[in-house]
Design a binder for this molecule. Structure first.
Ligand code: HPA
Length: 260
């Protein structure tokens, strides 16, 4: 596997994937080795704005981490497993914990724009699954506690220490790239969702298949379509994501400091 050969002897056990407009979180990485995805075979170069496409390997809060600034989304190609090679290579390089971040639309007035939401569970409403077509019993991945309870607890503790009001909720994966209709948002509320987004769930499924521990955090950039007249846009996602990035940076730094 090619990622290991590029790490220059560094051995991070934790990886973070940064979602839309959260790229500035890499400012929290010290002593970074930066590798553009283009130099990493199997790393899909993101084609949408707000995703840099660079791997930063360095320290956050004194702990060695691999930070992926930008992801490719299933909606860019129709391939739900677009991040498979990346996750396989992270696993082969010794990664044990995967922290996923994303931008999401809220389904609840109690989770307003600007909030951070710790994902407790997800609903796959995309009609896709990244493991379709894979063979072998290991693909019957249990998804109970997919979002690791111990990691969740650690994030809540870190949030308390940093006085960041982290919400918790269920993430509903819609394929995108079009935003949801108001009727779809109403349905997502009824089926038990707290937020909607276009990523993360397929990565969690593949990561759990590999035995990685997963935690995931959403930056709420807007209310879902139709709630109080909301009409989400990519511009709004990027703008609000950038605003919330400093809280995400602080939360991750505290999480890793405490881990040490
Ligand atoms: N829907 C889906 N994905 C999103 C949204 C949304 O409202 N906001 C940010 N990402």
């Amino acid at each position: 596997m090619t990622l290991i050969s590029k790490l220059q002897g560094r051995t991070p056990k934790h990886a973070i994937i940064l979602g839309s407009a959260l790229g500035s979180v890499v400012d929290a990485v010290s002593d970074a080795l930066v590798i553009p995805y283009g130099e990493l075979p199997g790393f899909p170069v993101p084609k949408i704005s707000g995703h840099a496409g660079k791997l930063h390997v360095g320290k956050i809060g004194g702990v060695e981490v691999a930070v992926l600034a930008g992801r490719a989304h299933p909606y860019e190609s129709g391939n739900a497993a677009v991040m498979r090679s990346v996750l396989d290579q992270l696993k082969a390089a010794g990664i044990e914990t995967l922290i996923l971040t994303n931008a999401a639309g809220s389904l609840k007035l109690s989770i307003p724009a600007g909030s951070l939401m710790l994902i407790t569970d997800h609903i796959n409403y995309s009609g896709m699954n990244p493991l379709i077509g894979q063979h072998g019993d290991e693909n019957f991945v249990p998804m109970t506690d997919a979002y690791d309870p111990k990691l969740r607890k650690a994030f809540l503790t870190a949030a308390k220490k940093e006085k960041i009001a982290v919400k918790q909720g269920v993430y509903v994966w819609f394929s995108g790239p079009s935003f949801e209709t108001p009727a779809e948002i109403k349905m997502a509320q009824v089926i038990g969702g707290s937020a909607v987004g276009m990523s993360t769930a397929p990565e969690t499924i593949m990561a759990r298949r590999l035995g990685l521990k997963v935690a995931a955090l959403s930056v709420i950039t807007n209310l879902g379509a139709g709630i109080k007249g909301a009409s989400p846009s990519h511009e709004e996602t990027k703008r609000e994501g950038e605003k919330a990035a400093s809280n995400m940076k602080r939360l991750l730094t505290r999480f890793f400091k405490d881990l040490k």
